[in-house]
Design a protein around this ligand. Sequence first.
Ligand code: B12
Length: 255
Amino acid sequence: MCGGSRFLDVGPEYNPGLVSLIPRLICAGGSLSGQLFQAMRQSIIDGASDTAAELAQQALAIGVDPLEAVNQGFAAGITFAGDQFGCGQMFLPDLLASAEAMKAAINILEPEMLKRGSQREALGKIILGTARGDIHDIGKNLVATILSASGFQIFDLGTSVTPEEFVAKAKEVDADIVGISALLTTTMAGQKAVIEALDRNGLRPRVKAIIGGAAVTQKWAAEIGADGYSRNAIDALELAKNLMSKVMNKGTAQA
Ligand code: B12
């Protein structure tokens, strides 16, 4: 959606002074999640890392679920910024600033997300990385955090990962699942290349391959023979758990 730099949403006007107002609003018993989420979104659109980090801290202090803060607050801001960039209303340096602000917020929220899932048992080994030529990692990192918080052992290879690197790591750690992220239509081909490389190396079908990223669809997943795809980190968790139960059942059946 192309338009101004203010996030268009129902609810109260964004209030830049909200960060310092939060403690007072809490004392007054005010309900502020709507305003808080809107301030989070706007801090990302503005590329205001300090504000984003402070809002994340305040959210934790008042007991907001960190994942909800990401989904309802910060992620909506980066999506809006992306749309603005897409229709030429925002330029790359601004988008970069928005991405930095997003990272600043997630850095604050991540330890709490991990803590909430720290008591779980080990569910399986997952390799994650962004496809070759692609440097987007915010979504992939979020997937890593959620999966790790839920008990999966994550091996994050970072960005612009080659098929050979995915294969080598899968062999090294005897992975159960390989997850490939791609945000650009041009790098989606890299997801296919990873699956082909896993096939060539005899790792499939034992090692499952899952994909994700803004441009990825179920249709694309089916076309390249992926075992699944998800639109967000929460669905990625469900997907990984379902695939692990297949892996475990197969192991039991073969034993
Ligand atoms: C932030 C951003 C950037 C940042 C990246 C910073 C970083 N460290 O990641 C910067 C500014 C560096 C950047 C650069 C570029 N970008 Co950019 N970027 C974005 C933006 C705005 C947001 C992406 C994001 O972080 N979203 C938030 C996260 C939480 O969502 P997500 O990534 O989709 O991840 C979720 C799901 O997809 C899923 N998921 C993700 N990965 C995986 C993996 C698995 C295995 C699973 C199961 C699930 C899963 O779960 C995640 C969490 O919920 C998008 C627009 C958009 N709406 O996506 C454009 C966008 C992706 N970029 C775009 C472009 C064109 C570029 C550049 C080429 C610009 C340029 N001219 O240089 C470069 C690319 C450089 C490169 N070689 O990679 C285009 C892509 C167009 C296309 N279809 O190809 C987009 C769509 C913007 C647009 N509307 O035009 N970008």
